[in-house]
Design a protein around this ligand. Structure first.
Ligand code: FE2
Length: 188
């Protein structure tokens, strides 16, 4: 009997324990902000290596230009963390780790090869497309959460990422891919 009473008490205590707050869009926004903050910092370390590896001066210049833009993008994210009253902290993002690992593999496997720049360019565009997807989502969520100032900062970065993507496409079609193909023909 005494045993039964004890059991009932335990059950009652468990029922009184406060439930975990449900995760809201604002939680998802913060988590995704941490994801892209990690990604941007990873890109800051990767871009100088890509610029150094590139054969084409134009491609190296494009990577260096985007490196400077990325520094500004990191600062914008830090401003948004501040608006949220949260510390600027990244959360490991396996997607960007995978994309940059592939880029590193191309640098290693195609070192000195005519197709190296075409590979670097493709890797950089994969990074840009990942970022465009993340920033588009974050901008929309910021609007839905009534964070107009954050939405403006995210839109400014989104514009830069899209402009970079277009510049890389131009380079691919005007110089890089043609060079890779020409050198292949010359070697044949
Ligand atoms: Fe970026």
């Amino acid at each position: 009997m005494a045993k039964q009473a004890k059991k009932r008490t335990t059950k009652k205590t468990a029922a009184r324990r406060p439930r975990q707050a449900p995760k809201m869009l604002s939680d998802l926004f913060l988590e995704t902000l941490k994801d892209i903050y990690f990604a941007e910092n990873k890109i800051l370390k990767t871009l100088p290596k890509m610029a150094e590896a590139a054969n084409s001066k134009q491609l190296a210049a494009a990577f260096n230009k985007h490196l400077r833009e990325t520094q500004g993008q990191v600062k914008r994210l830090e401003q948004i963390f501040k608006m949220l009253g949260k510390p600027a902290r990244g959360k490991p993002c396996e997607a960007i780790n995978g994309i940059t690992d592939e880029g590193a593999e191309i640098m290693k496997d195609f070192k000195g090869a005519p197709a190296l720049d075409a590979g670097l360019l493709a890797a950089a565009q994969a990074v840009e497309h990942y970022e465009i997807s993340r920033y588009g989502t974050l901008r929309t969520w910021a609007e839905e959460l009534g964070m107009q100032d954050a939405a403006k900062l995210l839109q400014a970065t989104l514009d830069e990422e899209e402009a970079t993507d277009h510049a890389l496409t131009e380079l691919a079609t005007s110089v890089i891919n043609l060079e890779a193909e020409q050198e292949y023909r010359d070697a044949a």
